[in-house]
Each structure stands twice: as C-alpha cells, then as structure tokens.
Design a protein around this ligand. Structure first.
Ligand code: AHR
Length: 631
C-alpha cells in the first residue's frame, strides 16, 4: 500500500468522527441553561386491587378466602380433609360468625376421626402457598366448638410429596368465638409453592372457623404486612409517592362497592370485605392504614384519592346535601391520616397502632370522572374542594378531569397507548400551557406485552418519559398503571402490568427497569437536550444535579441499528474523563422478562471514556440508556 493510502486509512475514523461532529446525528445539552426545576415528587407509584395486586400479591397473606365465602360463592378454596376412615362435612354456616360484620363461618363437622385418622379442612392459597426452609410463619384464626377443650392441628403440607413442612397444635377451643394464634417453623425443607395449609381435629366434634390466616416474614417485619420481594422491587424504583386506592377500585361498580375506607380499618374481624370492580372479592387486609404504612416503609408521599360520589355503573350522587356525607367521609379520612391523636379520627388511627400522623400534601377527588355521563363532576368537585380547603388550606387538590367552577391545584391525566402513540406523544407537553393547574400523569402505560410489557413497550415508555421529564416543571408527578399482576392463569384482568409474580417469586418487566433507570438518575434541574438529524425513533432528555455535580442524559434508540450521537455539552467547565453508561437493550423488540426468565432484559452499567465536552457516543440498537456525567 502506498504511503498516501496508509495515511488515509489511518485517518478515516477520525475523519468520519469529524464529519459526524459537524453534520451527523447530534445531541446538544445546555447544562448552564436550566429550563425549570424537576418536581421533587416526580416519579411515583399508582396502585389498586386489580390483577390480584394485594390479595395474592403484595399483601403477604397466604390464605385465600380467609373471611369464608364472602364473594367466593361456594367454598372452593376450603375443601375437606378426611384421612383414614374419618368422616367430615364442610359447609358455610350463615347463622354464626365472629363479629357483627362477619356473620358466616366455615362449619367443619367431624362425625368420625381419631389420632391416626384426623379430619378437617385445607386451603390452597393464591395459586399455591410458598414454603421456604428455616422460616417462621405467623398464623391466627377465629374458632368456636361444640366440644370445649378441642385441639386443632395445623400444618403446611406439600401437595406432591405429602411432606409436612411445619406443624403445630392449637389446644383449648371453647364454645365462644375466640381468636387463636399459632406459629409454624420450617426446618431444612426445599423451597416450593405447591403446599396447602391444613387444619384437622382428631375426634368427632364440630368446629366453626373464620379469618384463618398465615403470614410469612414480611417487609420490615410488619405484622400483617407486605411481601418482602415485591417491596424490594418497589424500593429500587425510588418512588416519591403512592397514589391509592385507585383507579376503578376507589369507585367500585356500585356506590355500595366503593372503597369505603371506614370499613377497611381496625381489626380484620371488623372489616366486612367488599367486591372489587375487577371481578373478585377483596379481603380489605390492605386497608387505609396499611396503605399509609406502605408509604412510610418506602418513604413515599401518600396521594390519597377520596371517593367522590361516582361509581362505574353510572351511579352518582348529586352535588348538594346528598353529597355531604361523602364529603364528610373524605374529611374524616384526611383526619385519620393526618390528625393528632387528640382528634376523633387521629385517635382511631392511634388505636389501630399508629399514633404518629402521616404527612399528606395531595388529595385526589375521585377517579376518571369524565366517564360520569351525568356530568356532575364539576359540582361534586367544587363541593369537595371548598370543604377540604376550608379545613386544610395547604392541601393540594387534584381533579380527575377539567372543571370550570373552581381551579384545581393539579389535574390528573391518563394515557394508555400503543407503542406508536407513546413515541408520538413524547412531545405531548413540550408546548403545553404553563398558566393552569399542574399536571399529574396518574396513570400511563404503553400497552404492548402480556402479562408484562416487552422491550418494545419499554422503549416507547422511555421515549414518553423523556417527554415527561423534560416537562417535569409542569408534570409534577407521574405513575405507571397497573403496577402488579399475578401471572397465574386467571390472575390478570388488565395487560400489561409493570411487575409480575406468582406465590414464590417476582420480576420486573423491561418497563419496570426503564423506570428504575430513569428515577435513579434524576437531577434537580431540567436541562435542554436537543437532538438533530437523529431520526424520529431517537429520543433524549437531560437533568442536572448541582449538589452531586452530575448531568444525567437519557437516550432512547428505538431503531434496529446502533446510533452514534455527537454529544456536546455547553456550560460545564470540565467533565470527568469517565462516565457511567447504563444500557438496557435486546435483540428484538419482542424480547421480554417472565416469571421463568426474569432477567432477559435488564440494565447493565459500564464505564465509558469522555473526551472533553464534545464526544461521540454510540447507543445500541433497541436500547434505553442513561449517561451519568460528572462535572
Ligand atoms: O389501570 C387500570 C384502570 O384504568 C384504572 O382502574 C382506571 O382508572 C383506568 O381506566
């Protein structure tokens, strides 16, 4: 090769870099020109009882239908157990229950039984009961018997092997409804989910049960608390708030099936349970206090949605005197959350075990009230707004659809989109009016993938999030929905959902990881990030954190080819010579995670060299990226 050819070959990469810097795809970041402050409440969680989110999900209760038949029709989860030549019948007894609200019970009538031939009842849990080695499970039940002194044997047994993982005896039952507690401790057993909880007696007798319960160890060891694995997935999202209890779950199909918070507090025996609009019955173990404690555990702000007089089957309460009781319920609810122990409802909360008030800044009036065909929301909202502001002037009041008679502090807008729309809507708020209410994107999702979103959805989500982040002076909060799904057959009512699980394990979808990446790398100021010549499927946003001296650049490459970008940052004197580049990518947009392959698409972080404030960085095909630069 001639010397001149060698020189050309040697210089070619530099020349193409120069060409790229001069006229190729580029990203210009004006670090010293903040376009606004990132809202301190920006990324959060939205939740409701859907897809077995709490029962059979986050709420760690292992026993299904613990309130005996409420909403389950027959006793499908309570078959009889008859060992040897024992004889037993199991029925629902409508004539006796442990409280004024739980008025039926599981009647176990044993006609013949003995030590070697016990009889009783068993429960299959939520698609199985998870058993782990060397673990303590805390249980309880209410019972009464016609044979005082009766002993109940409780065990956890493997369906396939018949192996007893743990067992104990609860002696001394009486003729009066009484609560009994028990503890099951496993030894060196294999991890499994195909187990039953079994309660038997070894003599002829009748015993009535209700609220049979069993909990594994929970997050922060809260009695009656949440599943550790799922809470850890949530903690990794660094959520700033929790919007609860819905969603449609707040409204119910009918007014009588709304989230009637006063029926969800106190001992379980005082909670009547209720039908959810998502076609199954809620135990209400996850009641108002449990939601607030969930916030406390993850240091999230509660965004408390109060029932506002509209239910899904087009039932509504007219504004005016008829609505007063619901407004009062909302005021009481706020007092339960925030009042001192010297207030009526604050005292109730203290009695329920939480003397300290919770911090609350946001209250949402209803949910998706644009679907109320009576168009009563304007009046209903105003009535709630005035009553709440009068008593709690500092609370920020969120409307679920635009209203005219009063200006809400915040407006909740929902977006469920196919991927193409999410890509398009990435610029939805770029030129939005800044003079009206702040925006809460209280529910959003790209609807691709089932039961959990695939990489295509995650790419579209990430593109959409660059738009929300760029406008996070206006969009003060954002939360994906739905959050959870039990992936077992029959567990899902809505797809896709961010986090999937079964009785034993849980996993984050690619969309989940997108949110982890975005929320872990969020500055305090929005920094203009302008793309040129990059094509319609490349997206970017940037934020800056002065205290940490970091610039976080998010780049989404939703194309099938690697995307080089000439990146230039203005307004920073000196950048550290290395940056951290976190990338989540996959071979095809259909790549996904599942309960059996939970980590196919996950972010990976590596160090990349940075040659000053102008450099070229290439982003992988189908990738979501965060570049963390130090200055
Ligand atoms: O997220 C599922 C449902 O979508 C919510 O319950 C409702 O608010 C919306 O329509």
């Amino acid at each position: 090769m001639k010397t001149s050819a060698l020189v050309v070959a040697f210089l070619a990469p530099f020349i193409s870099s120069l060409v790229l810097l001069a006229q190729g795809p580029s990203l210009t970041i004006q670090v010293d020109r903040p376009a606004g402050k990132v809202s301190p409440t920006f990324y959060g969680l939205m939740t409701e009882e859907i897809n077995y989110s709490y029962d059979g999900g986050l709420y760690a209760e292992l026993v299904r239908d613990r309130a005996i038949g409420r909403g389950f029709g027959s006793l499908v989860h309570w078959p009889m157990v008859a060992r040897g030549n024992s004889q037993v019948s199991v029925t629902a007894d409508e004539t006796t229950g442990p409280s004024a609200v739980l008025t039926r019970s599981l009647k176990v009538n044993v006609a013949a039984a003995g030590k070697d031939a016990p009889a009783g009842v068993e429960n299959d849990g939520y698609w199985g009961i998870a058993v782990r080695p060397n673990t303590v499970y805390n249980g309880s039940f209410y019972a009464k018997t016609d044979s005082p002194g009766l002993q109940v044997h409780v065990s956890l047994e493997n369906d396939r092997t018949g192996l007893v993982a743990a067992s104990t005896d609860v002696p001394g039952l009486t003729g009066e409804w009484t609560r009994y507690t028990y503890r099951l401790r496993t030894g060196e057993v294999a991890v499994s989910s195909n187990n039953h909880l079994i309660l038997t007696i070894a003599q002829p007798a009748t015993v009535w049960f209700n609220l049979i319960s069993l909990f594994p160890p929970t997050y922060h060891n809260r009695p009656g608390g949440n599943r550790d694995d799922i809470m850890n997935l949530l903690a990794a999202m660094h959520p700033k708030f929790l919007r609860f209890p819905g969603g449609n779950y707040l409204e119910g199909d009918h007014i009588a099936e709304r989230f009637d918070w006063k029926k969800t507090i106190g001992p379980w025996v005082d909670r009547p349970t209720h039908q959810s609009p998502w076609r199954y019955h809620s135990s209400d173990g996850m009641g108002l206090l449990e939601f607030l404690e969930w916030c406390e555990d993850l240091k999230m702000e509660p965004v408390l949605a109060v029932y506002a007089g509209y239910s899904l089957e087009q039932e509504h309460v007219d504004p005016g005197p008829a609505l007063d009781q619901y407004v009062q319920d909302a005021l009481d609810e706020i007092e339960y959350a925030t009042g001192g122990a010297d207030t009526k409802w604050g005292a109730e909360r203290a009695k329920d075990g939480h003397p300290a008030p919770f911090l609350l800044h946001y209250v949402e009036i209803g949910n998706e009230d644009q679907f109320d065909r009576s168009h009563s929301y304007d009046g209903r909202f105003a009535q709630f707004y005035h009553a709440i502001k009068e008593r709690y002037p500092n609370l920020q009041i969120i409307a679920t659809t635009p209203v005219k008679s009063v200006t809400p502090d915040v407006l909740d807008e929902h977006f469920y989109m196919p991927a193409e729309q999410s890509f398009r809507e990435a610029h939805h708020y770029d030129n939005a009016d800044r003079s009206g209410p702040k925006i809460f994107v209280g529910e959003w999702a790209t609807r691709e993938g089932d039961p959990t979103p695939n990489l295509e959805a995650a790419l579209a989500d990430a593109a959409w999030l660059t738009g929300l982040e760029r406008n996070s002076d206006l969009v003060i909060m954002a939360s994906y929905a739905p959050l959870f799904v039990n992936v077992n057959p029959g567990g899902m009512q809505w797809a896709p959902d961010l986090i999937g699980y079964d009785a034993l394990t849980s996993y984050g979808s690619p969309s989940y990881w997108t949110q982890v990446m975005f929320s872990m790398h969020l500055g305090t100021a929005i920094v203009p990030a302008t793309l040129s010549n990059a094509g319609p499927r490349v997206f970017a946003s940037a934020t800056r954190d002065d205290a940490k001296r970091k610039v976080y650049v998010k780049v989404v490459n939703a194309t099938s080819t690697a995307q080089p970008l000439a990146i230039s940052l203005s307004g920073v004197a000196k950048l550290a010579p290395q940056a951290a580049l976190t990338t989540m990518s996959g071979k095809t947009p259909n790549a996904t995670n599942s309960i059996t392959n939970p980590r196919t698409v996950v972010p990976v972080t590596r160090k990349v060299p940075i040659a000053g404030s102008k450099f070229i960085q290439t982003f992988a095909p189908y990738s979501v990226n965060v570049l963390e630069l130090s200055y």
